[in-house]
Design a protein around this ligand. Sequence first.
Ligand SMILES: *Cc1c(COP(=O)(O)O)cnc(C)c1O
Length: 350
Amino acid sequence: MDIVDLRSDTVTKPTLAMRRAMAKATVGDDVLGEDPTVKQLEEMAAARMGKEAGLFVPSGTMGNLIATLVHCRRGDEAIMGDRGHTFLFEAGGVSALGGVVIHTLPNQPDGTLTEWALKAALRPDDVHHPVSRLLILENTHNRCGGVALPAAYMSWAGQFAHANGLALHVDGARIFNAAIALGVRAEQLVEQADSVTFCLSKGLCAPVGSVLCGSQEFIRQARRVRKQLGGGMRQAGVIAAAGIVALEEMVDRLSEDHRRAFSLAKGLKEIFGVTLPMGMPQTNMVFPALPVDFPGTAAEVAAELSKRRVRVGVVGERMFRMVTHYWVDDEAVQYALDMFQQVLSDLRRV
Ligand SMILES: *Cc1c(COP(=O)(O)O)cnc(C)c1O
């Protein structure tokens, strides 16, 4: 068996269909607006999100950054969860490059922010305060266990934002995982959003890229900010071609990843003492924790697993993150479970 890489769905390599589409893609200079393949991807993405326009960007991080820079001026405040990707894992870009203040609120276990916390976070119109300008929601919510935030909450939060003069940006890196898990169309989750970005390069298997979607006017401004950040790409149709295959062929099959994450979680729970502090997975992520009495750390276990060709993420002293994706089949799940059990009992003995 090859290496079973459960560290993330970002490790997915492109499919054969993608490599074929990339080889024969029609391309042009996209900074001059002349790449038909990029245009096609942007239109498809916008349609899937129910928005007027799309912008192909090199990464989800840049998509979130561009959106924040378009919505906010320097010194403005963006409200988001304290477990949010933009706050934790994007190197402080919105502050470093946009002078935007991040105002974090406690993420609830289901990934949401409460109404009372949101109300309390709103700044009065007073020269002492930064201007509250933007609400950022994440769906699925990565560090809350890959939970899917339901359409009703997304729509309530959007209405709350707009009623209080905020724009809503959705970090929908895995919005299709959310849609599949909830049995809705992705556009229903972002109906109230002024902008949304999603990744092609995670569970959808494309090698590179995300798409930022919003109104024509929003995307017109976003295009300039992308250029400012150095994200204008020339014959980008070569990679956009893989993104088109991702949208056409890789969305519906995400349910298989969810099914496998569920059986992985079930198997882990059966290993003596292992717990799932974030509960059973709703999508493609499992966060198992070591038994309380286990004489070692998650990092030590991960290192041993790696010797047995199973790679997992370590997200704390005693917790792991395991993510299922296209290149992890049923046999790989079983192998990972066997190795996990083996490593735990080996380490208990030493
Ligand atoms: C992966 C991810 C991103 C963006 O990641 P890139 O690696 O920059 O494409 C943004 N938000 C969430 C929730 C993510 O998981």
